[in-house]
Structures are given as C-alpha cells and as structure tokens.
Write a protein that binds this ligand. Structure first.
Ligand SMILES: Cc1cc2nc3c(=O)[nH]c(=O)nc-3n(C[C@H](O)[C@H](O)[C@H](O)COP(=O)(O)OP(=O)(O)OC[C@H]3O[C@@H](n4cnc5c(N)ncnc54)[C@H](O)[C@@H]3O)c2cc1C
Length: 478
C-alpha cells in the first residue's frame, strides 16, 4: 500500500498517511490543532500555505521518525521553529508535511550556569523569561516571538553581539537529526565540519532539535525605542556611522536606526540598548542629544525589551523582507534613504502599508567573534568591518498589492547596490535572516565557503534529502 502512495503524483495522499503512523503528533487539515498551528506564522503568506498534514514532535526521536517516514514516501517537507521567515514555503509547505518543532521547548541551565540547553521550538521571549530571574542570558533575538531555530541557523543579531558575536557564535553544541535520521551531537570536537556549516548554513544540513548555548551573567540593562521627526535623518545617519566606527570602544552598546512611512508621514526611530543598567552611557552622548518625539528609554530586563519590540511587529499581515550589506558611509546611507522614499511613493496607497528601511552596524568587535571555535560560515573577515546591514521590511494588508510592493522593494535594493558599487562601497554579504526568496545568500558567503558548505552537505547528506525533499528557504543547490 505504501509504495502505491509513492507512485501518486499528487502529494496530498502520500503525505497525509502520517496520521496513521504517528497519530499522537499528527494534525490533519480541518482539525482544531491544524488550524491553530497554521495561525502561528508571522506572515500571512506562510499562514496561507496548506500542508497535507502537520506533525508536532515531542522529542528528537519523533523528529527522526517523521524524517524517516517522509523520506520513505518521498513526501516533500518543511521545518518550522518560530515561523518568522516571511515568504511562503520557508517553514511551511503546500500539500507536503510540515514538521513543527514548537513542542521541543526545554530551557535547561547547567549546574555551573555556563550552558543552557534550548529546545529548537522555543521563541526567544520564552527563553529570556526563564533566564532573567536567574540573572543569566544567552545570545539571541531581539523580538520575543522569533524562533530560536531559524534565527540561530542563519546568524542571529543580538543586543549582546558586541560582547559575544552573533547567536550562531554562541552555540557550543547542536543536537541534530541528520539526513539518515541519526541523532547526533555536533560540536567543535565531534563533527567540526558540520559544526562550521550549521553556523550560518540554515536548513541545509539537518533538523536541529536542541541548541546548547553559551550562558553568561546578565542583569538589568538600559534600552528602548525613540521616535524622531524625519528631519533628524542626517544627524541619525551621522551617529550610525560614528557608532559603527566607535562601537569596539564599548561592546555593551547596540544600535538600530530605522526610517518608516506610517499613516501619511515619514518618521525615524532608534533602538538603543546597553547591556548594563547605566543611563546615557557616553558612547550614546551625541545620539541622545538628538531631539526625539517619544522615548521609552529605561532600565529594565531583556524580556521586557523584546516584548516591547514584539508589539511593533504584529503577525497576521502580508510581509516582505529583503537585504543588502554596505560599507560604513553616511553619504551612501543617506542616498539609500532617498531611493527608499522614492520607491515608497509608488506604493504608499496600498491598504495597511508600513514600509521600513532599517540600518544596523556589523562592527569590528562583532566580527571578531565570527572566527571563534573554528569560525562560522558567514564569510565576513574582521578587516572588512565595520559594515552596515540594510533591511527593507514592508507589511501590508491585501494580496492584491503583493506584486507591486515586492517589485518596489526589489528595485530599491537593486538601485542601492548599484549606487554602492559606483561609490565603491558595496559588500558581498546577504544576511540569510533578512533575505528575500530570490537572493543568492550563499554566494554572499564567498566562493570558498560556498564550495565548502556544498561539500559538507554532500558528505552528510549523500542523497541530498535537505536539498530536494525540503525545497523551501535558501538552498545550497540553487
Ligand atoms: C519581527 C522580526 C524580528 C526579527 N528580529 C531579528 C533579530 O533580532 N535578529 C536577527 O538576527 N534576526 C531577526 N529577524 C529575522 C529572523 O532571524 C528570521 O526571520 C528567522 O528565520 C526567524 O526564525 P524562526 O525560527 O522564527 O523562523 P522559521 O520560519 O520557523 O524558520 C526559518 C527557517 O529556518 C529553518 N529552521 C528553523 N528551525 C530549524 C531547525 N531547528 N532545524 C533546521 N531548520 C530550521 C526553517 O525550516 C526555515 O527554513 C527578525 C524577523 C522578524 C520577522
């Protein structure tokens, strides 16, 4: 009977068998649990993607069994952690099997308080709310509902990156279900090549069921959001430039500068964070002197800060993310803002639209951690820094506007990159966690790292299960 399923061309029948094999963890279309899980994606494009069935494994063994069965039936699959990837098919799959890791949610601190085992289905808000009372923390996301899985496998910018690098640099050990369904521990000693690959390699190498994260003492901190009139743009970009350059002098500091069109007007904003409970640390003197319309700067804990940013990023809308990386130059960033505004002009009538242009520094102190424990796969050298990461993030309400909004955002990136090339300020890196579907993320890691990742994929996944049977997100094989 099973082989008959494999011969069927329509995916649905061969994927919905899972309910009979793993009934306790499988949800079929129409069931309350299926509907509830589908509502747990950030973007509507992902929530509207309808798998033949969904599984919610309770253990690494369940993940292994699900992978074995899906391979046997050659049923295409997707893996979901926090479901925050924006585009359809990234962590959900039409008529295939979606493996939803939400129930892999342990947060277990080691006795010596230097390591936290974090189940791959956790969201960062849940992790921090358990670590804050212990006065401990890990390197993770800055918005409560982002998943541990996707953020960490793509890189992972944290408020603590100046002192510890990106989230991938803080993983001491990955528990992974490999393509042959074996469950292995991957770390610098056991599988150093795979350990390298998982630090930036996305969903190409296995299904990570647990991340063992370096853990450090962390008490209250200072931070919050400030909103400015758009006329502050030049001063803010000058301070972004200065911060990117000077940040190594104070690795406790973190900064995001953003520009957005909201209800008929442009506004600017900053997220300023400092990892100690110190109000107005000197590194932010000039920035704090720029007059703001509103400010939530306060001493608080990490859980509170990531909850605040969660409110600014609601789910249930249509979403588009795209990105590019540039050299640190306020003149370039100012011209990119002009390009962004010009493209927004053509789409600002779209229902519920909120387009944002976000700049974040990748400072030299952050990059210095990219070579830790044998190095990550991102391909950024300390001598390349400081860099400025650009993210265009647009939310809107109606699918009628999808095409023109994504076209405008793509044009804004293309024009910005062309201008940067002309000014000799371009840089190859494309951040996986902010990239749009068509962007060539792994080419941006450099040819050497890209080839190395392809070789590691072939070694651990000779049948190329994670390339062929899991088509969504950024593939090495593309
Ligand atoms: C509101 C918002 C705020 C953000 N803030 C930050 C931030 O502070 N820092 C930052 O760096 N990025 C940030 N991002 C980007 C974010 O890191 C990416 O969207 C990331 O992919 C989200 O991870 P997720 O687990 O929620 O997504 P998912 O959609 O669940 O997963 C993304 C991809 O990773 C794969 N994947 C997930 N878990 C596993 C696993 N355990 N094993 C194998 N593959 C897996 C999935 O298959 C999918 O292809 C933000 C995004 C949003 C929308």
């Amino acid at each position: 009977m099973f082989s008959l399923f494999c011969l069927l061309t329509d995916r649905t029948p061969k994927c919905s068998f899972l309910g009979t094999i793993l009934p306790n963890i499988t949800s079929q279309p129409g069931s309350a649990s299926y509907v509830g899980q589908e509502a747990n994606y950030w973007s509507n494009q992902q929530a509207e993607t309808l798998p033949a069935c969904r599984v919610q494994p309770q253990s690494a063994l369940d993940v292994s069994a699900s992978l074995l069965i899906t391979k046997f039936f050659r049923c295409p699959f997707a893996v979901k952690s926090g479901g925050h990837a924006a585009f359809a098919g990234a962590s959900n799959i039409q008529s295939g099997l979606t493996i939803d890791l939400a129930n892999l949610n342990i947060v277990q601190v080691s006795e010596d308080r230097t390591l936290t085992q974090v189940g791959a289905g956790n969201r960062w808000g849940e992790v921090y709310s358990q670590l804050d009372p212990l006065q401990l923390s890990v390197i993770g996301g800055r918005v409560a509902s982002i998943g541990v899985g996707g953020l960490t496998l793509g890189g992972g910018i944290s408020f603590f990156s100046g002192r510890h690098g990106w989230a991938c640099d803080g993983v001491r050990n990955y528990q992974v279900v490999l393509a042959d369904a074996n469950i292995v521990d991957v770390n610098e000693q056991s599988f150093p090549d795979l350990y390298f690959a998982l630090r930036g390699g996305g969903n190409n190498f296995g299904i990570v069921t647990r991340f063992d994260l370096e853990t450090f003492p962390q008490g209250d901190m200072w931070g919050g959001m400030r909103i400015y009139p758009i006329t502050a743009n030049a001063s803010l970009l000058t301070e972004l430039y200065n911060f990117a350059k000077n940040a190594p002098s104070d690795p406790d500091a973190a900064l995001i500068v953003a520009f957005a069109y909201y209800e008929g007007e442009y506004l600017a904003s900053t997220d300023i964070e400092y990892a100690k409970p110190i109000v107005n640390p000197p590194i932010f003197n000039e920035l704090m002197a720029i007059g703001s319309l509103t400010s939530t700067m306060r001493i608080t804990n990490l859980t509170d800060l990531v909850e605040e940013l969660n409110v600014a990023n609601p789910s249930g809308l249509r979403e588009f993310y795209t990105t590019a990386t540039f050299r640190n130059d306020p003149n370039l960033q100012s011209k990119i803002l002009e390009i962004f505004m010009s493209e927004v002009t053509g789409i600002k009538d779209a229902e519920g639209i909120l387009p944002a242009l976000i700049f974040q520094p990748i400072t030299k102190d952050i990059i210095s951690y990219f070579s830790k424990n044998g190095g990550n796969a991102l391909g950024i050298a300390e001598s390349d820094g400081p860099l400025i990461l650009m993210n265009i993030a647009i939310m809107w309400s109606s699918s009628v506007d999808d095409d023109r909004i994504t076209a405008a955002a793509n044009r804004a990136v293309d024009q910005s990159v062309a201008l940067a090339k002309f000014m000799n300020l371009d840089y190859k890196y494309i951040y996986q966690n902010y990239a749009s579907q068509g962007q060539d993320v792994f080419a941006g890691y450099g040819a050497v790292n890209q080839q190395r990742l392809i070789g590691i994929s072939k070694k651990y996944d000779p049948e190329q299960v994670f390339q062929r049977l899991q088509p969504g997100y950024f593939k090495l094989s593309n």
